[in-house]
Design a protein around this ligand. Sequence first.
Ligand SMILES: Cc1cc2nc3c(=O)[nH]c(=O)nc-3n(C[C@H](O)[C@H](O)[C@H](O)COP(=O)(O)OP(=O)(O)OC[C@H]3O[C@@H](n4cnc5c(N)ncnc54)[C@H](O)[C@@H]3O)c2cc1C
Length: 385
Amino acid sequence: MPVKSTAIIGAGVAGLTLALSLAQKGIASEIFEQADELREVGAGLQLSPNATRVLRELGLLNRLRSLWTEPESIDLRSGETLKTYVSLPVGKVAEDRWSAPYGVVHRATLQRVLLEAVRANSLCRLHLGLRLDMKQPGDILPYCDRKPDLIVGADGVWSRARNLVPGAPQSVFTGNVAWRLVVPFADVPPVLPRNRVTAYMAPGAHLICYPLKDGGGFNMVAITGGVDPGETWGTNGEPKRVSALRSKFSKWHPSLQALLSRHDDLLYWPLCQATDGNWHNGRNVVLIGDAAHAMMPFMAQGAASAIEDAHALARIVSQKPLEAALPAFEALRKPRASKLKARAEFNCRVYHARGLLRLGRDIAMAIRPQASYMADLDWIYGHSA
Ligand SMILES: Cc1cc2nc3c(=O)[nH]c(=O)nc-3n(C[C@H](O)[C@H](O)[C@H](O)COP(=O)(O)OP(=O)(O)OC[C@H]3O[C@@H](n4cnc5c(N)ncnc54)[C@H](O)[C@@H]3O)c2cc1C
């Protein structure tokens, strides 16, 4: 029999999108979130057409559009000379080519928009301040108003719900860390474009910049090699770590160095990936989003994939009995998540290239036509979950 009620662990992008997607199919859910309130966590998010298509189906796109920025292009530039290697138009071009817009928004804004919709939906019930760390599926029963047919682990990169799935993926530190800061627009020199997503590249590091209309400034995320601070997001950078970060950018263009050195409120994240593993227990537990397939942010597809997962899972469990639905979900989603993860790893090598590899990259980027880059994005942005 198809699912009637679900318990979702985690009210992040995956969990909230799932609750809304299930509600569209008439399926009730209870969502359990460890945080007492959903506050600002994290930085900006690029939301590509494969994700915004789902958000439009959920009726959230107009609200988001009033809060986000649609950048003109995604550019790859040198972090040392600011030379532009590649510029890929998004804006209107994205909407025409992939039938949905490309936007940049603060993570907290996306979460707020999802949360408002969840709170307004009588099929969704949110429990805050409950950290679930279960040994077996039945452990969830004391927390639920009604017995769930399905338990979904949407509890992110350090998922505890993985304990309910034999052979589940595990989280592994990649050796890379991300530093985030938001710079007031007034501090951004004219030489740095404000209306684009720009990835500045140099050996061993890159820096992503884009405007956050809702975040009050210019979002900057610097990614370099670093040490693992453990299971924590958004730790304030200790002075020793901040000066280590700045030393990695000492050969960068002065305008970028100045932005990184002017502000001390840098937040620090470890970048982890999920290993390959089982996404469901064959009966009544399934993992989605980062819990299933955390990937590095070098293709900006982690949240987008979480949104795709949520929509696909809701459709499949509304059509098939669980014993068929869970393998069908994994068979549908895993190859795509693996391909995106591999692409993010490839981009890491390209962005951080040194020596001869870097030389080869620069030549390849100089001769590759823009149309070929755009065609290469079709399988990612054109996908319909
Ligand atoms: C620097 C950086 C930049 C990124 N940029 C982009 C981008 O531009 N575009 C993009 O698509 N993706 C991006 N990502 C990836 C994206 O942030 C993640 O893939 C996405 O947030 C995953 O969503 P999720 O819902 O699976 O997990 P999360 O968003 O982490 O949500 C998990 C939720 O579960 C809760 N939780 C955890 N454990 C428990 C528990 N035991 N009990 C109850 N609740 C629990 C957490 O509090 C949290 O609310 C980026 C990531 C990083 C690090």
